[in-house]
Design a protein around this ligand. Structure first.
Ligand SMILES: C[S@@+](CC[C@H](N)C(=O)[O-])C[C@H]1O[C@@H](n2cnc3c(N)ncnc32)[C@H](O)[C@@H]1O
Length: 214
């Protein structure tokens, strides 16, 4: 699957903050009912979770940020708010309805929304004109993926990250830890209680360079 150039919804009236919030929750819930294994959660992540994960990023040096499973864009808008003006964000989602929603809702030249699987991240990064990513963020539900897919995504992510880059993962279970620890140099885990339900975060460092810089 490849990038899908969908028309922006410029003509439509922009909803207020409350209407937008309710619209996101309703869209998210409907997609969960349609594809429970692919979505893995009934409601989007909380702002407390978004801030905890993104506070770990070195935004000054980041030029390519990749997001897996953006859904309705819960992390995407905050990433764009913090991203350097010359940097790019590639957001990859397997669900075409989410891709269409994001394309219609967020208009930012730094964002490239891609319909496809995170397994193909290296191809999507190359197509966007990059060789490597500084950070990859994932909201994919690893514990419900088909056999072998989680291992492949972790291996491809390690391959696409620059030396010293990091894979940031948020999950409701610790399942992903066993996929990360054999590949990444150091994996740091935390729990964010201000999320429904409480969520685990994993910061998986590709290699020594970032550890020395930190
Ligand atoms: C729990 S939702 C996360 C949504 C949003 N980031 C949030 O925090 O509220 C999981 C997302 O992963 C996407 N997804 C599942 N498998 C995927 C895959 N192999 N590649 C890319 N996205 C995938 C789903 O379509 C869904 O948007």
């Amino acid at each position: 699957m490849a990038s899908i150039p969908l028309k922006k919804n410029h003509a439509a009236r922009r909803p207020g903050r409350k209407a937008k919030f309710l619209g996101q929750w309703s869209m998210f819930f409907r997609q969960f009912v349609k594809h429970p294994g692919m979505i893995g959660s009934v409601i989007p992540s909380s702002q407390a979770l978004v801030d905890t994960v993104l506070d770990d990023v070195d935004w000054d040096t980041t030029r390519l940020f990749v997001e897996y499973g953006p859904g309705v864009g819960t992390f995407t808008q905050t990433i764009l708010d913090r991203l350097h003006p010359e940097a790019k964000l590639i957001a990859i989602d397997l669900n075409l309805d989410f891709v269409a929603y994001l394309e219609a809702e967020i208009s930012d030249p730094r964002l490239r929304v891609v319909h496809g699987s995170a397994v193909d991240v290296r191809r999507f990064v190359t197509e966007a004109g990059f060789r490597q990513a500084d950070y990859v963020l994932s909201g994919i539900p690893f514990s419900t993926l088909p056999e072998g897919v989680g291992e492949a995504i972790c291996a491809e992510t390690h391959a696409v990250l620059r030396s010293g880059g990091a894979f940031l993962v948020y999950q409701y279970s610790a399942f992903v830890r066993r996929l990360l620890t054999p590949i990444f140099m150091r994996v740091t885990e935390r729990t964010v209680w201000r999320n429904i339900p409480p969520c685990r975060t994993f910061h998986a460092l590709r290699d020594e360079a970032l550890a020395q810089a930190a």
